[in-house]
Write a protein that binds this ligand. Structure first.
Ligand SMILES: *[C@@H]1O[C@H](CO)[C@@H](O)[C@H](O)[C@H]1NC(C)=O
Ligand SMILES: *[C@@H]1O[C@H](CO)[C@@H](O)[C@H](O)[C@H]1NC(C)=O
Ligand SMILES: *[C@@H]1O[C@H](CO)[C@@H](O)[C@H](O)[C@H]1NC(C)=O
Ligand SMILES: *[C@@H]1O[C@H](CO)[C@@H](O)[C@H](O)[C@H]1NC(C)=O
Length: 448
């Protein structure tokens, strides 16, 4: 069974948990999959090196408050990515639950830009420990991806979560390029802490705005791999409801809102006739601008990330994070994080948990006295984001022709980067179909 099949299985379970109704998944690849065992034998046949103590022991997490008992090890802490300016990125790494040496390494990135992979990916979505609804503890996630892979969650770029720079002007330079470069430095420096993962089969995964980060980092790795001393065994990328191509993503958002009865025929028609999403400033057209405002206004009342679940009414929860959802349009073409949904109040619980002194100390984020101020998304990063590729489709083409595998999956209750956006974006690749469309059942039924 290949890693992709296994991931496929886990995502199915995970999304059923979040009551997503339909998954569209596409394998974009010209190469047949190598079986996992043959890949891994390349590096570990006979003499796989066992993690020796000392290399990374300082980062081993031993007494995280509220953590359920588990039989795998996990590590958290900082990796310096630029010494001159004092930039350090925070990571949380969970070894696979069983046979970590046999399993690939997967780097996970959340989007925003400005949102935390620890707050979303690790503790609300696919990590082994989910924040519990009291903000005091954690509960075990039976659908954690570390059942099948060694999972590395990175808070990227600086300014996100616990990650920081000692040079404040760095925060004015944030964009796709700096993010990819720092993530690339992170990987090499992280491998120095964890040398036994240096030659491991490697994948990059992420969702939402990481739909840009993930291919961009993959391209950088691919380019630098020409130097054997820098080689990283990147095999593919996995993307969930990813931002891919701005024009198609906007068109998908609008058509999705119309087809799910969020907006009227008239509003939809105005957008169709007045918006040129390919233009560098679609909002210059006043009719377009007003009609798109109308779409976003409707989503004030509905959780755009999860159409059919409730919004969070708890006054203690993240009231200011809510503004993220609709503050997007004029200042930026960016789309914020993807997943709300299952329990939208979780953002607030995560914030309470990661600001506890004993939690920060256990994760090596601070000494427990001089606390770091952690928030799930950094609005300033989101609003100031200067450099964003309008489309990563050219990168897809390059990676595909280099033989890398790309898996795109979509939950169909996300209105922010909806399945329609993905269909519009990917159709421009005009790839041949190797396996025709088929419905996908869970336990012999549609998951509702
Ligand atoms: C550190 O970051 C600064 C600013 O982003 C950059 O100019 C410099 O080249 C970086 N240093 C190294 C060693 O990468
Ligand atoms: C940032 O500055 C603090 C305080 O001087 C120092 O302890 C820390 O090591 C610096 N971080 C980096 C990545 O250089
Ligand atoms: C967790 O998943 C396993 C299968 O992977 C299943 O047998 C078990 O019942 C699940 N436990 C819970 C509490 O859902
Ligand atoms: C954007 O332009 C490309 C190239 O001309 C075209 O194929 C695509 O359909 C356009 N997308 C939208 C949403 O208008």
């Amino acid at each position: 069974m290949s890693f992709h099949n296994i991931m496929d299985n886990i995502v199915l379970k995970m999304t059923s948990l979040y009551t997503l109704v339909l998954l569209l998944f596409l394998f974009l690849s010209y190469r047949p999959a190598l079986s996992f065992s043959s890949r891994h034998r390349q590096y570990w046949g006979g003499g796989g090196r066992i993690l020796s103590s000392g290399e990374h022991n300082g980062d081993l997490v031993t007494n995280l408050p509220g953590q359920p008992r588990v039989n795998f090890q996990h590590y958290a802490g900082y990796v310096t990515v630029n010494e001159t300016n004092g930039r350090a990125l925070f990571y949380w790494f969970y070894e696979a639950i069983t046979q970590p040496k046999e399993k690939p390494l997967v780097l996970w990135l959340n989007g925003g830009p400005g949102c935390s992979s620890v707050g979303y990916g690790a503790t609300q979505e696919i990590g082994p420990f989910l924040v519990d609804t009291d903000g005091q503890g954690l509960k075990f996630n039976n659908f954690s991806w570390n059942k099948e892979a060694n999972m590395l969650f990175l808070e990227s770029p600086v300014g996100v979560g616990f990650s920081y720079s000692n040079t404040s002007s760095d925060y004015d330079q944030l964009g796709d390029e700096l993010t990819a470069n720092d993530a690339y430095s992170f990987l090499h420096n992280w491998f120095q802490k964890f040398p036994s993962y240096r030659g491991r089969t490697f994948y990059i995964a992420g969702e939402s705005y990481a739909g840009k980060y993930v291919p961009e980092l993959a391209e950088l790795i691919h380019d630098r791999n020409k130097d054997p001393s820098l080689y990283i065994d990147l095999k593919g990328i996995l993307l969930g409801n990813p931002e891919t191509s701005d024009a198609e993503d906007w068109m998908g958002l609008v058509d999705y809102a119309w087809s799910h009865a969020v907006i009227s025929d008239e509003t939809h028609q105005t957008i169709k006739t007045s918006c040129d999403f390919n233009s560098t400033d679609p909002w210059h057209n006043e009719d377009c601008s007003q009609a798109v405002d109308e779409v976003l206004k409707q989503y004030n009342e509905i959780d755009i990330y999860s159409l059919y679940t409730s919004v969070c009414f708890a006054s203690t929860a993240s009231s200011n994070d809510q503004s993220m959802q609709t503050s997007t349009k004029r200042s930026s073409k960016m789309m914020p994080r993807m997943l709300g949904g299952y329990d939208p109040c979780l953002d607030g619980y995560a914030k309470a948990f990661y600001n506890k002194p004993d939690v920060q100390k256990a994760l090596h984020a601070s000494d427990g006295h001089n606390l770091k101020k952690w928030s799930i998304c950094n609005d300033k990063i989101f609003n100031d984001w200067a450099d964003s590729k309008p489309s990563v489709i050219p990168i897809y083409k390059k990676l595909i022709s280099a033989g890398l595998r790309i898996w795109v999956y979509s939950g169909d209750t996300d209105g922010r980067v909806p399945v329609l956006s993905t269909r519009y974006s990917l159709s421009s690749l005009a790839l041949p179909i190797t396996k025709s469309w088929r419905p996908w059942y869970h336990d012999n039924e549609w998951v509702v």
